[in-house]
Each structure stands twice: as structure tokens, then as C-alpha cells.
Design a protein around this ligand. Structure first.
Ligand SMILES: [Mn+2]
Length: 291
């Protein structure tokens, strides 16, 4: 058995600098590289930027252009293997400044349930491409990914899916085992297990969301996440929920990421959306995005 040091599941971000948040690349290397370029330009210019990607970097369609359905947005060829390489290189170039949060698609590689959006078993598909050594290395890396990032002064909490899970404190997340969710069926994931709800919930009530935020940080005001596709680039079902779509399922002109001053206290999801969302492809025409 290899010795596995405990890894923090809740990352605390600095109280100054520029925060970038992006979601759900699902093997879209072009979009990931563009986001990485925006982040690295900010590092060069200001020196204190931080990037949080809220999971689901991997698993995308591998279709030919003429097979591509309209509901998936702009065409791309899913290449999760290359995306993982680029993501790891970016993290190595900026130690402590780049945080990838665990998504349900990564969880499928380290104990979570099988995901089968584009292949019957998407984890097996990617592991076949990675080979034995690549798979071992990817799994070991993914096991260290946090679940949540908190920006205390900005009063933001980032996570993969809607903050529906019931926790009393950060320690509840630190204690979670990645494999524990296997005891639940796929359908039970979102409702019954803590990790399942954390990685699969598409929505929640204002009350549940505020309870989650409070457990992470009593001052937190807004939950920022992805997982679901917001075709117009973001959605606010209700406060304090800000769901952002940076890549997967959207047309290029609708894709959004968040840029926020870590020293600026957020008041509401609405305020953060209005002031902090930026187009990933400003030159591309909007399809569903308003404004
Ligand atoms: Mn997801």
C-alpha cells in the first residue's frame, strides 16, 4: 500500500488578488487553453491571480462534425487525455494558484459511479487511452483534488454542483471517503450520500444552499458551480445560486467564466453575475446569451 497523506478537501483562497472561476470543460482542449491563457495573462500583469476549475475537466463526445447534435453547442472533439496533460502542466507552472475541484466525471475514476453520457463507461474509455501507467498517475492526482474552494473575503464558495448536501462544518467534507458512495445506487447518489449530493445535485432550495455556505464559512453569500448546462452561459434559479457554463453544452459566444476581486465582498448571486461574468470567446456571436 502506498502511503497517502491526507489532502485538504476545502481550499481556502487568498484575501487579495484576482479570482477566475471556470466550469465543465469535458475534454474541450481549445476552451481550456483559452481559459489558461486568460489566467496566465493576468498572472503576468498582476502577479496574484488564482484559477478555480469546478470539475468535469474530462469526458466529452468524440463525434465527427456531421454527427454533432445541435444541443451540444459549438463543435469540438473531446480529448480528455490531452486536457489532463495541459491541466497538470498549468498547475505545475503556478503552484498553489490553480485548483481543480472534483467533478462527478473525475469521481468515476476514483470510486464513484460509472458515468455514461457519450460512452457506456466513460472512465474505462479514458483509462484505455491513458494506458496503465497514465491511469495510475491520473487516479493518484485526482484523489488529491479538493471538493470546495472558499474565498473568505469575497464571500464566495466554489463547488462542482448545486450546494444541496447537508453538512454541519468543513470537517464533514474532510472526513468523506471517495469510495463510500458505491453503496448507493446511481439514482440515490444525489439524494442520499453527502458526496453524491455534492457532485450531482442540479438545484437546491435557498435554505439548503445557505446552510451549506454557512457550514463552510458563516460570511459566505454566493455559491458558484457548474455541472448543469446553462445555455445562456449562466443561470440563477434563486439566491444564492450562481450556475456558470464555461464550455460544455454551449455555443462559443454564450460561454462565460467569472472574474472577481478576492478582496471584494460579494452581496448576491445576481450582483456577482452582473459584475463578474466575462465571455470566454468575446469575438463569437451570442446564440442564447442575453444582454
Ligand atoms: Mn458534472
Amino acid at each position: 500500500m502506498e502511503y497517502a497523506p491526507p489532502v485538504p478537501r476545502v481550499v481556502v483562497l487568498p484575501e487579495r488578488g484576482t479570482l477566475f472561476v471556470a466550469t465543465d470543460f469535458q475534454g474541450n482542449v481549445g476552451d481550456f487553453d483559452r481559459m489558461a491563457g486568460i489566467f496566465e495573462a493576468a498572472v503576468k500583469e498582476r502577479g496574484d491571480a488564482v484559477l478555480v476549475v469546478t470539475g468535469d475537466l474530462v469526458h466529452g463526445p468524440e463525434l465527427l462534425e456531421h454527427e454533432w447534435p445541435d444541443y451540444l453547442g459549438s463543435y469540438y472533439r473531446g480529448d480528455s487525455k490531452t486536457l489532463l496533460i495541459h491541466a497538470r502542466e498549468l498547475e505545475r507552472r503556478h503552484p498553489g494558484k490553480v485548483h481543480y475541484l472534483l467533478g462527478n466525471h473525475e469521481h468515476a475514476h476514483v470510486g464513484g459511479p460509472v458515468v455514461s453520457k457519450f460512452f457506456p463507461d466513460e472512465a474505462s474509455r479514458l483509462e484505455e487511452l491513458l494506458g496503465d501507467e497514465g491511469t495510475r498517475s491520473a487516479r493518484a492526482w485526482i484523489k488529491t483534488w479538493p471538493f470546495v474552494a472558499v474565498a473568505p473575503r469575497a464571500r464566495l464558495v466554489m463547488l462542482h454542483a448545486a450546494p444541496h448536501t447537508k453538512i454541519d462544518s468543513r470537517d464533514d467534507l474532510e472526513r468523506l471517503k471517495l469510495e463510500a458512495s458505491n453503496e448507493f445506487s446511481f439514482e440515490d447518489m444525489a439524494s442520499r450520500s453527502t458526496l453524491g449530493a455534492l457532485l450531482w445535485a442540479r438545484t437546491t432550495s435557498t435554505e439548503r444552499a445557505r446552510a451549506f455556505l454557512h457550514a463552510i464559512n458563516p460570511e459566505a453569500r454566493v455559491a458558484v458551480y457548474g455541472h448543469d448546462v446553462a445555455r445562456g452561459g449562466y443561470s440563477i434559479q434563486r439566491e444564492p445560486l450562481l450556475c456558470i457554463s464555461t464550455s460544455f453544452g454551449c455555443f462559443d459566444g454564450d460561454k462565460l467564466f467569472l472574474e472577481w476581486d478576492l478582496g471584494e465582498p460579494a452581496e448576491s448571486a445576481r450582483e456577482v453575475a452582473v459584475r463578474g461574468l466575462r465571455p470566454l470567446h468575446p469575438e463569437a456571436p451570442r446564440v442564447y446569451r442575453e444582454g
